[in-house]
Design a protein around this ligand. Structure first.
Ligand SMILES: Cc1ncc(COP(=O)(O)O)c(C=O)c1O
Length: 418
């Protein structure tokens, strides 16, 4: 457990910017990690360093060679982080843009007769892309319904609807509204049992910061993350694509290299900041294990993160010492229920008789930052089937502490009592 050693927790927190102070508001506890995790200080320094370098890649001068080497190093670091021996990594404008690009290219390149499949759990980034391009290219879109009680979707639900004509399928790894994970390997296995050549594209944006990434185990063709939700910064997204997907005809510059996915001049700083993220997780792995192998240290870091976040969310749900957990507070309802092993560091709840926006404001008065989710185009797919119009999302990361969670519980107890 990360908190078993107070000095380790201090070291972890010291590696992040604005860990307990908002530059605009002052002291605050940050439980808005699903809106964007805290940024590593190393990422801030690296970003400033590369923002000042005028040189471009592909020239014969020392600066240009250095930039290319840094990009190659970042790609190799990402191989370790994602556990991807094949395929390639590239950056784009955002997670949403990359999901659109992979899904658009896959749907446009497969033969005309066939279907596209996805689930109602998905964020609109992948759902909109798949539905839009299925419509444009006149393919039926098969919608797998998620389970509103578990806040997730199982392989069996995909298995019930997949057909040999399913050419492209999308999977959400973790929902940013329910906080529940999906067993991606099991879903892809269920799809491939019926449609072995299906192109499977995964939205890993919410999952990435909360444990392990293991492309080799998933058997998929695309995996997208948003680095600002994984301790890096805004301004870019990262995609991994399988060699199979690259071999399909995809958008690129005329006569350019066939395997290229990048559009335009690359920002070396975005790649370099991914190396910072991997270096940080590698350091964390070396603090919690004696592993000599880098991937094994990254796995150890992922396991420690998972265990710590489970400990924090259990305190939030069930309380600690004489402090009541949210499950014991009068009128509090929790998305996805209490005893849900799929939970990844996020609790969405509402208080009966209180608008969620008011609860977020009340928490703000206690210096706690959380976020409201409404039944709009981002979260309506989850909230509407439950008959809810809104909820408050409290989202954790491994640098949050049990003391921060108990402060939240004290604040909630006061607010609910009022
Ligand atoms: C699961 C998921 N998919 C997609 C997105 C959109 O990501 P971006 O805004 O980086 O494009 C988010 C954003 O929070 C998300 O949580």
């Amino acid at each position: 457990m990360l908190e078993d050693s107070p000095s380790l927790m201090t070291q972890i927190r010291d590696k992040f910017a604005h860990v307990d102070q908002c530059p605009f508001e002052g002291p605050r506890i940050f439980f808005e990690n699903a809106g964007g995790a805290l940024t590593l200080k190393s990422v801030v320094d690296t970003s400033a360093k590369f923002a000042a370098i005028p040189d471009n890649q592909g020239r014969d001068n020392p600066a240009s060679h250095a930039l290319v080497n840094i990009i190659n190093q970042a790609r190799s670091d990402m191989r370790d982080l994602f556990n991807a021996q094949e395929g390639q990594f590239f950056v784009g404008e955002s997670g949403t843009e990359l999901l659109f690009r992979l899904i658009r290219n896959a749907i446009s390149a497969v033969p005309k007769e066939g279907q596209v499949m996805g689930s109602s759990l998905e964020h609109p980034a992948s759902r909109s892309a798949a539905m839009h391009w299925a419509k444009v290219l006149e393919k039926p879109y098969i919608s797998v319904s998620h389970d509103k009680d578990t806040g997730s979707v199982d392989a069996a639900a995909y298995a019930a609807l997949v057909t040999p004509q399913t050419q492209v399928a999308t999977i959400l790894h973790t929902s940013p509204v329910t906080g529940m994970g999906v067993d991606v390997a099991a879903v892809s296995k269920a799809i491939r049992a019926v449609a072995p050549n299906c192109f499977i594209i995964v939205d890993g944006i919410q999952h990435a910061a909360h444990g392990l990434l293991d492309i080799a185990a998933y058997d998929v063709d695309g995996y997208v993350i948003s680095p600002y939700k994984m301790f890096s910064r805004h301004g870019y997204g990262v995609a991994w694509v399988s060699d199979r997907l690259t071999a399909l005809s995809h958008e690129q510059l005329i006569d350019g290299p066939q395997e290229n996915w990048e559009f335009g001049t690359r920002d070396t700083g975005s790649y370099a900041t991914m190396s910072d993220v991997v270096d940080y997780l590698d350091w964390l792995g070396s603090e919690v294990s004696v592993e000599k192998d880098r991937r094994k240290r990254l796995v150890a870091a992922g396991q420690a993160i998972k265990a710590h976040e489970k400990m924090l969310s259990d305190i939030m749900l069930y309380g600690k010492d004489n402090l009541k957990g949210v499950s014991e507070l009068e009128g509090v309802e929790i998305v996805g229920g209490l005893d849900n092993p799929r939970r990844e560091g996020l609790v969405s709840l509402r208080v009966k008789g209180m608008a969620s926006a008011d609860l977020v404001s009340a928490l703000r008065n206690h210096n706690i930052r959380a976020h409201v989710r409404k039944d709009d185009h981002y979260s309506g797919n989850i909230l509407t089937p439950m008959g809810w119009t809104d909820c408050v999302r409290i989202s954790l990361c491994h640098y949050n502490t049990s003391a921060e969670v108990t402060s939240l519980l004290s604040a909630l107890a006061k607010i609910v009592k009022q």
